[in-house]
Unconditional design. Sequence first.
Length: 107
Amino acid sequence: MGFFDRFKPADINENLKHVHETPGAVLLDVREADEFAAGHIPGSVNLPLSVIDTAETLLPDHGAPIFTYCLVGSRSLRAAANLRAQGYADVTSIGGIQRYRGEIEKS
């Protein structure tokens, strides 16, 4: 990995392969509820960054592998850092749905 590779956005499509291969993985959409309802990755659950401090109610297992995403990736990174600060041990930001090329589910 070169120096400039650090500034490339995460490839959500590649990262989703890892999510699907990880037993017990939680795919967490941290966009607001209206954004989630308009379209989200199938199998994801919604916990907006604005209420990430309430994660314990949705995610009681602090050891579960959690993968966060948002629209472009910045909220996902902030949510992942916040979850780690709350004691979640295995949290990874996988980027933004804006670059996602798969099926979208609406609710």
